[in-house]
Design a protein around this ligand. Sequence first.
Ligand SMILES: *Cc1c(COP(=O)(O)O)cnc(C)c1O
Ligand code: SF4
Length: 452
Amino acid sequence: MIETKQLRFFGMRDLDKIEQLKKLGEEELFSIKVAAHVLPFRTNNYVVEELINWDNVPDDPMFKLTFVNKNMLLPEHYDKIYRAIKSGLPKDKISAVANEIRYDLNPHPAGQLTANVPLFEGEVVRGIQHKYRETALIFPSGGQTCHAYCTFCFRWAQFVGMNDLKFATDESKRFQKYLKAHKEITDVLFTGGDPMIMGIKKLKAYIEPLLSPEFDHIKNIRIGTKSISYWPYKYVTDKESDDLLRFFEKIVSSGKHLAIMAHFNHWVELSTDVAQEAIRRIRNTGAEIRSQSPLIKFINDDSEIWAKMWREQVKLGIIPYYFFVERDTGAKHYFAVPLFKAFNIYRNAYKQVSGLMRTVRGPSMSATPGKVAIEGIAEIYGEKVFVLNFLQARNPAWVKRPFFAAFDETATWLDDLTPAFGADKFFYEDELEKMLGYKSERTTPEAVHRAG
Ligand SMILES: *Cc1c(COP(=O)(O)O)cnc(C)c1O
Ligand code: SF4
């Protein structure tokens, strides 16, 4: 029997209410408070009571996942906010300093507010991104927050109010007209934030219309969510749990595929009774659960963690899907893993599991031209290269056409790479430039957990 739990959020101002934190010295606790003035911080009672192993803090991966720390800021940034707080400035002055620092952190990786936002009847359609032919992302306005915040999240800027939901849907739901008119779209992916933060009424308002005949071309409904990790009670003991599951059943019985694109960073998130019960109940509705995660230093930068996580997932009926490279915003300097290491971690995990787990693809970078995977590191006529490949591309013709970059031990993202064999550009770059109307610096906005 799983006992009901009431969701309790802890934000920056509630740090003193978390008894477990007293284990840390006063200085360390204060440094968390300082960092939380700049980086978004939110955790909850489930994460604190059931996921974090407090005997292992501060190194515990689940602690690192939601608690910010001093080193997630660059030293000069930390000193700046530390001094502002220590000198007893009024709140609004401290916030102003915090905002100055945030602007230095690449809050909107290239074109976040504009790229991939489509037009309909000559006007921008808010709340939708349509980059790959078959799949449209929808950002419901009610789903732009989360049950807890991941310290590495590249969407961090919106949680501190920096882009005030500029790309979330508005009330007019024009995105539905767009979907109706675009018959090439087979997949709709609800993303955020976390759409599962919404109550059932809102969720239905988004999904139910898609079950009617004018949306017959939409075959697959996907929901990107970290709720199974951060608030599995959603599916088990919350007031709306049963109604929610019934709604999932309704989607499935309408003949559409319902895919929960679950974000799991570590097998610990799969280990609690309530998480396993949530997974069992969701799967009983006929929905499939697929999993994705970025590789994050200090949290899961070890092939054994991944291999164990994929094994657990398959055991619980979850299909491993994407292995992402962490993107270049926020505390990137802290969390980034060089590409060659990312590849080795992926490979060493992949090669030790059975084929049922090898549905996972990666390491994948969601960059401007598409999702670029590192297929391998090879030596070709004496030159060491990364073998790259598009898993998804702005132009579907680029997919599965291997290309090569000079090996570079320090590279952490596609734009750190240069073409191999003396070429001056990658094969897609001229065409991409034409498509975008500008030379891109190769990064764009999409989702880490939901889309990557
Ligand atoms: C990853 C992604 C998708 C979904 O791609 P799949 O490979 O079909 O899972 C859709 N849109 C964007 C912008 C993405 O980054
Ligand atoms: S990674 Fe997902 S769950 Fe985590 S904070 Fe970002 S949007 Fe929310």
